[in-house]
Design a protein around this ligand. Sequence first.
Ligand SMILES: Nc1ncnc2c1ncn2[C@@H]1O[C@H](COP(=O)(O)OP(=O)(O)OP(=O)(O)O)[C@@H](O)[C@H]1O
Ligand SMILES: [Mg+2]
Length: 269
Amino acid sequence: MMQKTDALKEVRHILAVASGKGGVGKSTVAANLALALAKTGAQVGLLDCDIYGPSIPMMLAITERPTVIGEKVVPVEKWGLKILSMGMLATEDTPVIWRGPMVAGILQQFLFQVAWGRLDYLVMDLPPGTGDAQLTLSQIAPLSGAVIVTTPQDVALLDARRGLKMFQQVNVPVLGLVENMSYFVCDQCQKKHAIFKSKGAFRVAKELNLPLLAEIPIDPDVAEGGDSGNPIFISHPESEAALAYEKLARAVTTSLEKNVSEESLHLKW
Ligand SMILES: Nc1ncnc2c1ncn2[C@@H]1O[C@H](COP(=O)(O)OP(=O)(O)OP(=O)(O)O)[C@@H](O)[C@H]1O
Ligand SMILES: [Mg+2]
């Protein structure tokens, strides 16, 4: 793990939310997990690392632009989170074709030239996949751990395995899998229905010797919350999905605190 620089010296844990496959609900998990962590009283930051397709500003209805003080960008604050995304900086004229080295440069700035201040958790929403960009990021950021989001189908699970390998390659502990769109609760019969293959992530987690941290139901309110910028964790805090994000937050906290190494103990306050 690289040395934390000044900008991150008051950040206790940096957590990557990753997936092998795109569209599995990674940004939704990252946003709601950040909110669930904040609800526990923790100081939480949310960094959207998807330079090509930033979705956090839309998911949290952020139209404000971050300010700059001195040489540092000040993240936008909403619902108790400190948030930064390329989507807050880019204008319609900003090129979407960033070349590889430029992406790495932007991400370095996002981490190190931002006034993150004192944070218990900085949640990073990674771009989908296990290519160069993800690998670079996992090396640039002093990550405490990663969670891998998957859906129950074999195609997604195959990519989740790739995600695990990528983090192992750079010695970042994978805290576990999150199965999104696990089941659907019918509002007529209240029964849980498996839309996709049942227990897919459960099997793979077992095989990979990883915990399955949470199973998040498929819920139209989750999708609606993402589109309207009013996340389900805020709009329906008692929903089964919100409770699943809370469970995930507890699992992540427990796992990260267990992993606090001697080296980072001085960061405790
Ligand atoms: N549990 C859920 N129930 C219903 N809809 C969901 C759920 N999770 C995510 N969605 C919806 O699925 C779509 C994709 O989710 P999201 O953007 O979070 O995926 P992603 O993995 O970040 O995608 P990308 O790979 O493009 O970054 C969004 O419209 C989101 O609202
Ligand atoms: Mg996303």
